[in-house]
Design a binder for this molecule. Structure first.
Ligand code: ARG
Length: 461
């Protein structure tokens, strides 16, 4: 039989193949709550404007609330033959209240309906993710405060570079996550327009009030162009793009945790409840959570690429292609939420080994720059020259199988007399981080301040 909702110009029912390729309710059921909220706002507006009889509007709204309860209790049965969540809910409304249900879709199309539903869904997803990130940053701040004075190696090219503090390293991630929160906030501001009222693409001649539905649904205003309103998926792309950048950050931290938890690094102990064992090697404690934090970025990038690719080249206004946006959106939201929760738990759960990080901070002649700087300050040697002097010193020690950590100031001044009077502390990484107190630097006092300031910034967003 022809479809009861749009079958007027059809003689035949749908092929099962159409249902297979076309039906979306197996994933877009996740818009059900937003769909009902949007429909209630629409019905209220239609009643208030006298487009439909106010008592009929009330009947419709009561029916929608009943459906909402059915869905919440798990009693609602979504039927793939009815295509999508919108048709499923409307069909059930007809079962519940009869032909009056048919008045709900006055001055509305599924095109503005799905756009407003998805916007509300993205808005909620942004708020959830933002709340989770707030907690991640709190965990970063707490851990950074606990280790604000503990020295660890700083790397460039993953080669020992200069000593930093553990707190300083952690706060670098805090900065990334604060920017992620900022990107989410911007995305939320940009999506703050309700497309409801654009109808299929060209608005309607019914005397509707899109500003009223916009207000009822918590949007700042209604969209200003009906074609754009139903064609726009920027709000999904904004979320997916912000999510992709966030996933980069989670992934980089995941990689560092993997590295740090190896016996070779041994900077941290992983929380037992977030590690996995091996089915054959009894001794193993593997960093699976960190590895998946690192890996999940792949699907988050893929989802962004998928929606960009679907949208590129689509003519205005709605095309069915756009239905492909939702699985990518839902998957990214689910993935990002579990990744951020895992990130928080990992930051809270890891135990640093400050004795080992301090020991490793001395590896690779990490105080070489400090020695070169001392020649600049105490002996007025131009930096380019002191760089060459210290490079030669490192080479000189290397052929003896030594590093700067193995020698005293006498050895250094024997190599070059300009080092005469070098205080021993200039060979110490502890001293090196103390003195690195330029703004944004790793000196313990600065890290404490920066952590407290970060807590404040995090609470004020
Ligand atoms: N399920 C559709 C989607 O997600 C809803 C909009 C359908 N509109 C249409 N004219 N076929 O895009």
């Amino acid at each position: 039989d022809a479809n009861p909702l749009w079958g007027g110009r059809f003689h035949q029912g749908a092929s099962s193949l159409l249902e297979e390729i076309n039906s979306s309710v197996h994933f877009d059921w996740r818009l059900a709550r937003q769909d009902i909220t949007g429909s209630i706002a629409h019905a209220e507006m239609l009643g208030a404007r006298g487009v439909i009889d106010p008592t009929e509007a009330t009947e419709i709204i009561d029916g929608l609330r009943k459906i909402e309860a059915e869905i919440a209790s798990g009693d609602f049965r979504f039927d793939p033959a009815l295509e999508d969540v919108h048709m499923n809910i409307e069909a059930r409304l007809r079962e519940l209240i009869g032909p009056t249900a048919g008045r709900l879709h006055t001055g509305r199309s599924r095109n503005d309906q799905v756009a407003v539903d998805t916007k509300m869904w993205v808005r909620d997803a942004i708020d959830r993710l933002d709340g989770l990130l707030h907690r991640t940053i709190e965990a970063v701040v707490d851990k950074a405060l606990a280790h604000h004075a503990d020295v660890m190696p700083g790397f460039t090219h993953l080669q020992c570079a200069q000593p930093v503090t553990i707190g300083h390293h952690l706060l670098a991630y805090g900065e990334m996550f604060l920017r992620d929160r900022d990107r989410l906030r911007e995305a939320r501001q940009r999506l703050d327009e309700s497309p409801l009222g654009a109808a299929a693409l060209a608005g309607t001649s019914h005397p509707i009030d899109p500003a009223m539905t916009a207000r009822a649904l918590g949007f700042e205003r209604a969209t200003r162009n009906s074609l754009d309103a139903v064609s726009d998926r920027d709000f999904i792309l904004d979320y997916l793009a912000a999510g992709a950048i966030l996933a980069v950050h989670v992934s980089r931290l995941g990689e560092e945790l993997v590295l740090w938890s190896t016996p070779q690094f041994a900077f941290i102990d992983l929380p037992e409840d977030l590690s996995a064992g091996s089915s054959i090697m009894p001794q193993k404690r593997n960093p699976d959570t960190a590895e998946l934090m690192r890996a999940k970025a792949g699907r988050v990038f893929g989802n962004l690429t998928a929606v960009l690719t679907v949208m590129k080249g689509l003519p205005l206004a709605y095309s069915r292609d756009m239905q492909e946006d939702k699985e990518a959106l839902f998957d990214s939201a689910d993935t990002l939420e579990v990744c951020v929760r895992a990130t928080t738990a990992m930051i809270e759960g890891i135990t640093f080994r400050p004795a080992k990080t301090a020991l490793d901070a001395e590896l690779g002649n990490a105080v070489a720059t400090d020695l070169a700087d001392w020649l600049v300050n105490a002996r007025q040697v131009p930096f380019r020259e002191s760089h060459l002097v210290v490079g030669g010193l490192v080479k000189f020690l290397e052929v003896q199988g030594k590093e700067l950590k193995d020698v005293t100031p006498d050895v250094v001044s024997a190599y070059d007399p300009r080092f005469a009077g070098l205080p021993a502390e200039f060979l110490s990484v502890q001293h090196a981080v103390q003195r690195r107190d330029s703004p944004g630097g790793p000196a313990p006092a600065l890290v404490r301040e920066a952590a407290l300031a970060m807590r404040d910034r995090n609470d004020r967003i």
